[in-house]
Ligand binder design. Structure first.
Ligand SMILES: CC(C)(COP(=O)(O)OP(=O)(O)OC[C@H]1O[C@@H](n2cnc3c(N)ncnc32)[C@H](O)[C@@H]1OP(=O)(O)O)[C@@H](O)C(=O)NCCC(=O)NCCS
Length: 132
């Protein structure tokens, strides 16, 4: 998987149980995946269409470092699907453990918000992931 970004969990990010609020994790993952989608598809005009099952596997506490990784798993005509993993990173041991993972689909849109094909050069590069 490709490293996309990292976050540090702050007090303002916590929910009522003292764990990272799930909505904040979703926002981090959506933003990371969005940056990956626009970079890979070579266009700023990508919107999130779909977020699949999300598993919050481990509690994230204040001070925890979270690294977010992504991988392209499907290339369509106007859509791309990414597998995303958020991993808790221990800077002392260099160990990483998955705390949350999911799949997101993004669609390239035109000025009217209608789907348009991702550039053919990009689709060609990922054509091995294009079967439906
Ligand atoms: C994304 C959006 C433009 C798609 O419009 P649409 O009319 O549903 O598009 P289409 O039915 O033509 O499908 C477009 C692509 O999405 C895929 N798609 C549509 N529904 C899907 C679903 N439920 N699961 C997976 N893929 C789906 C289609 O297969 C197609 O992909 P392809 O071109 O690679 O084959 C529209 O749903 C939208 O504007 N959604 C809001 C986006 C948004 O505001 N996101 C949050 C902020 S970024």
């Amino acid at each position: 998987m490709e490293f996309i970004t990292q976050k540090i969990t702050m007090g303002k990010d916590l929910g009522v149980h003292g764990n990272l609020f799930g909505g904040n994790m979703l926002s981090w993952i959506d933003e990371a995946a969005g940056t990956m989608a626009v970079t890979i598809c070579r266009t700023p005009n990508m919107v999130t269409l779909k977020l699949e099952e999300v598993i919050f596997r481990k509690a994230v506490k204040v001070g925890h470092l979270i690294k977010i990784y992504g991988k392209v798993v499907r290339m369509g005509t106007s859509s791309i699907t990414l597998c995303m993993e958020a991993r808790k990173y221990n800077p002392i041991s260099d160990e990483e453990n998955i705390v949350c993972d999911t799949f997101l689909t993004f669609v390239r849109i035109d000025e009217s918000g209608e789907p348009v094909p991702i550039p053919s050069s990009v689709r060609e590069k990922y054509k091995h992931l294009s079967e439906k």
